[in-house]
Design a protein around this ligand. Sequence first.
Ligand code: GLN
Length: 245
Amino acid sequence: MRSTSQNGLRLVWVYPDLLSTYGDQGNVLVVERRARQRGLDVSRLDVRSDQQIPTSGDIYLVGGGEDRPQRLAAERLLRDGGLNRAVSNGAIVFSVCAGYQILGHEFINDLGQRQQGLGLLDVISTRGEGARCVGDVLADIDERLGLPPLTGFENHQGVTHLGPTARPFARVRFGNGNGSGDGFEGAYNDTVFGTYMHGPVMARNPHIADHLLKLALDVNALPPVDDQWYEALRNERIAAATQPA
Ligand code: GLN
């Protein structure tokens, strides 16, 4: 286990004041709850954008945001450097939409300028020329991860292109995902994940929360928990994605 036994598992919710659209805070709640259901000692730290990012976390969650808060968040994270140091120490990062774009090499900000990201994922985001990507999505997660299909809600203008060292997180069946024409949704490397899926994505896909926990604990399996409510939500949203009104 990466985390120190004295402190248990440490979750860090990055910049709730800037990056927390479409219920993305739910991701922290789901990861925390599923850890507790397994009897794990877990702590949660919410780090606002005027605070320093601790480097001792095990799992960092980064949400989506509107264009201006996204610019401010990227500036502060780059200046802070803590998230990059945490990843060098082996921390896990899961990011959504604006957070995903910030983790890449660059994105287009609200001023129409190319803005430097953290370079934690080998992706670049540009501004899509077409209509904003909005709606339910269904996608097959990269088979190496052994997870069931991904369901989520997307709302973004940015389009993300994968470089050679980023693996596609999923392949889209319905919806847009990265929107770059290659049919991919999200990207990941060893411990850093990015997705366009809101929802919040962990409530729709609790197996992703479990995957992060397994990575953090360095185990192959976790005790099962009751997933009946999650399954009901998954089924409802998969139907919404595949049978649009
Ligand atoms: N501003 C970004 C875009 O439109 C991210 C939006 C979001 O996080 N929902 O691409």
